[in-house]
Design a protein around this ligand. Structure first.
Ligand code: C5P
Length: 231
């Protein structure tokens, strides 16, 4: 399986002046944990890391330290995640029929999740890892800040990555989305706009997206527990 890792963001919401994926987590940069899952996946054989040029040197050192023997390609990202994924898709080898996209910031995803998504993608054209939401979600008016509605929680799922697609179709969706000026925060949203089916694969509760310092602290707790359980 071909895997694209969007890793071209900043550390703004983390309060860091550097790319948050370079911040240390249990002695390794965040991105190293994400790459470790890709390394240990049975199906992933090609990894495209989408980043910004100022981070190349650090990214290369992370890859070298992990002793990754799979094909690794560094691809220049854009100013939004959407642009970064689009650049990544355009740099996939021509033979790539299907692709998994997994945010570098979801550094706790397991190799098993990557493999389950790969296997599920054999029978569909689009999928995402997702989990049922635990909170009651409110739709709030952006100016008055008053609640407009409360969607039925039974129909609400929190989208994660990996998200997997047939490359040709996702590329078409991205190209057309760009032409129409659509702004989306995940790839499934583009598929949905074109009424293409996107399947849900059971995600992982621990597959959090490290965004703020609190997430980093939670990620550390989860990793410590995993290490204890493995002893
Ligand atoms: O900022 P956020 O955590 O939502 O970003 C999700 C993922 O997209 C992160 O792994 C981040 O590095 C990546 N990203 C990107 N290019 C951007 C912005 C974010 O690849 N311009």
């Amino acid at each position: 399986m071909y895997l694209l890792i969007p890793a071209a963001g900043s550390g703004r919401r983390m309060g860091s002046s550097r790319n948050k994926l370079l911040l240390p987590l249990m002695g390794k940069p965040l991105l190293a944990w994400t790459l470790l899952a890709a390394k240990n996946s049975r199906h992933v054989h090609w990894i495209g890391i989408v980043g910004q040029p100022q981070d190349w040197q650090d990214f290369k050192e992370i890859v070298a330290d992990l002793g990754l023997t799979k094909s690794v390609r560094f691809i220049q990202g854009g100013t939004t995640r959407q642009e970064s994924v689009y650049q990544g898709l355009r740099e996939l080898p021509a033979v790539a029929e299907r692709v998994l996209i997994h945010d570098g910031a979801r550094c706790l995803a397991t190799p098993d999740l990557l493999d389950r998504c790969t296997e599920a993608l054999e029978d569909c054209i689009g999928l995402i890892a997702a989990i049922p939401v635990k909170d009651t979600i409110k739709v709030v008016n952006s100016t008055s800040h008053l609640i407009e509605s409360t969607p039925d929680r039974r129909n609400l799922w929190a989208a994660q990555t990996p998200q997997g697609f047939v490359v040709e179709q996702l590329l078409q969706c991205h190209t057309e989305g760009l032409r129409r000026g659509w702004e989306v925060t995940d790839d499934a949203a583009l598929f949905e706009q074109f009424n293409l089916p996107v399947k849900i694969v059971a995600g992982e509760e621990t597959n959090l997206k490290v965004t703020t310092p609190v997430d980093l602290a939670i990620a550390e707790l989860i990793l410590r527990k995993r290490m204890r359980d493995e002893e």
